[in-house]
Write a protein that binds this ligand. Structure first.
Ligand code: SF4
Length: 369
C-alpha cells in the first residue's frame, strides 16, 4: 500500500548522511561499549568483543536494561578467551533476568568458536561473522560496521522508524521490512559507515522517537518527507498483530524445613533451556494434569504467575509444600538456602518464587537468618 506520493520518485537529497554524521559528532550517546566520535577521530578503535557482547545483549532489550549486565560480564570476563573458558552455569546465572536464554547459550558457543577456531579474534566481515553461532544478519552487520567500519547497513527498529519517516513509506510493517532495508542501504555512506550506523540508531532512540518525533531538532528535517506531509507521528504503520495463544502449566515449589528449595535444571533444548526452574508440568493449550515431583501435602495458594513469551502467554498455577528433611524427590534436587540465588532464576521462575517465598517461611527464616 502506498500513499498519494511516490516515495521512490523523489528520494531525499545527497545531504542526509553528511548531516547525520555532523549531528552524531555533536550529539552521540555516551554508551559504555561505544568509542565515541571524538575518540574515534583520535584513532581509538572499538573492541570487537565489547561490540559483540553489547549487540547480543541488546537484541530484544533496552540500553537501560543491558547496562548493568554488560558491566558485570565485562568485569568477570574481560575478553573472549575468558568468556570461552567460563563455566556455562556461571554465565547462565549472570544472564538470568535478561531473557531469551538461547542468546546466552549461543554467546558461550560463539565465544568458544572464536577462541578455538579464530585464535581469539572475531572475523572482520559480515559474512565471516555470520558463520559464528548465534550471529544472524543483523548482528553480523552491526559488528562489521561498528567494530570494523565495514559499509554494512544495520537495520533495527529505530532505523526502520527513521527510514519509514524519511521516505514517507506508508506500507505497514512487517511487510515493509525489505523495502525499508533497501532504502536504509541507499543511505549508508562509504565514509565512516560505523558511525553512520550508530548515528541512525541514536537518532531513532533520542530524536525520531515513536510517539513524539523531535522534528524541530532533527538533522534530517530538511530531507524528511513524512515531516513535510505531516505524517511523522503516524509512521511506521504496523499490521495488527494476531493475539498470542495462551498456555497453562503448574509449577511445584517445595521448601524443606532447613530452608532448601527443590529446583531442577531445565533441559538444554527448548524454552529457558539449561536454566534453573521449579519442577512442573509441560506448558500446554489446556490446563495440564497434576505431576508433582514428590509426595507432599501440596496446597493451592490461589495465585498464578502470568508471563508473556515471544510466541505465547503463560498462566502458571502454583502448588506449594513444606517438606521434612530426608525426603527424596522424583525430580530435581534440593538447593541449600545458603546456595539458593533467586537472581539466577529466569524471570518467570523468579515471579513464582516471589509469590511463594512469603507463604513458605522456613525455620531458618524465623531464626532471623
Ligand atoms: Fe524523524 Fe522528524 Fe527527523 Fe523526519 S524530521 S526523521 S520524522 S525526527
Amino acid at each position: 500500500m502506498r500513499d498519494g506520493t511516490d516515495p521512490d520518485a523523489a528520494a531525499p537529497g545527497p545531504g542526509p548522511a553528511a548531516a547525520l554524521l555532523d549531528w552524531y559528532d555533536r550529539a552521540a550517546r555516551d554508551l559504555p561499549w561505544r568509542i565515541g566520535p571524538a575518540a574515534r577521530a583520535r584513532g581509538e578503535r572499538p573492541d570487537p568483543y565489547a561490540v559483540w557482547l553489547s549487540e547480543v545483549m541488546l537484541q530484544q532489550t533496552t540500553v537501560a536494561a543491558v547496562a548493568g549486565y554488560y558491566a558485570r560480564f565485562l568485569s568477570r570476563w574481560p575478553d573472549v578467551a575468558a568468556l570461552a573458558a567460563a563455566p556455562e552455569a556461571e554465565v547462565m546465572a549472570e544472564w538470568a533476568g535478561l531473557g531469551y536464554y538461547a542468546r546466552a547459550r549461543n554467546l558461550m558457543a560463539c565465544a568458544r568458536a572464536v577462541a578455538k577456531d579464530h585464535g581469539g579474534r572475531f572475523p572482520d566481515t559480515a559474512s565471516g561473522l555470520r558463520r559464528l553461532p548465534g550471529i544472524g544478519p543483523y548482528t553480523a552487520a552491526a559488528i562489521a560496521a561498528i567494530a570494523f567500519d565495514r559499509a554494512e547497513t544495520v537495520v533495527d527498529g529505530n532505523v526502520e522508524r527513521v527510514v519509514a519517516r524519511l521516505f514517507a513509506v506508508t506500507e505497514p510493517l512487517p511487510g515493509a521490512k525489505r523495502r525499508l532495508a533497501a532504502l536504509a542501504g541507499g543511505l549508508t555512506p562509504a565514509v565512516r559507515p560505523g558511525d553512520h550506523a550508530q548515528a541512525m540508531m541514536d537518532l531513532g532512540a533520542t530524536v525520531c522517537t515513536p510517539r513524539r518525533p523531535g522534528c524541530g531538532r532533527c538533522p534530517l528535517a530538511q530531507d524528511c518527507r513524512a515531516r513535510a506531509l505531516g505524517l511523522a507521528a503516524e509512521l511506521p504503520r504496523r499490521a495488527p498483530k494476531p493475539e498470542k495463544p495462551l498456555r497453562h502449566g503448574i509449577a511445584y515449589l517445595a521448601r524443606r524445613s532447613d530452608g532448601a528449595w527443590l529446583v531442577e535444571r531445565r533441559p538444554d533444548r527448548g524454552l529457558l533451556g539449561g536454566m534453573p526452574g521449579w519442577p512442573g508440568t509441560g506448558w500446554t493449550a489446556t490446563p495440564p494434569e497434576p505431576d508433582p515431583p514428590l509426595a507432599a501435602d501440596w496446597r493451592d495458594p490461589g495465585a498464578e504467575v502470568r508471563h508473556t513469551f515471544t510466541h505465547f502467554r503463560l498462566r502458571l498455577t502454583l502448588r506449594l509444600a513444606e517438606v521434612p528433611a530426608g525426603i527424596a524427590p522424583r525430580r530435581g534436587a534440593f538447593v541449600p538456602a545458603e546456595d539458593f540465588r533467586p537472581s539466577a532464576l529466569p524471570t518467570v521462575m523468579r515471579k513464582a518464587w516471589e509469590l511463594a517465598a512469603p507463604l513458605l517461611p522456613s525455620r531458618c527464616d524465623s531464626n532471623g537468618r
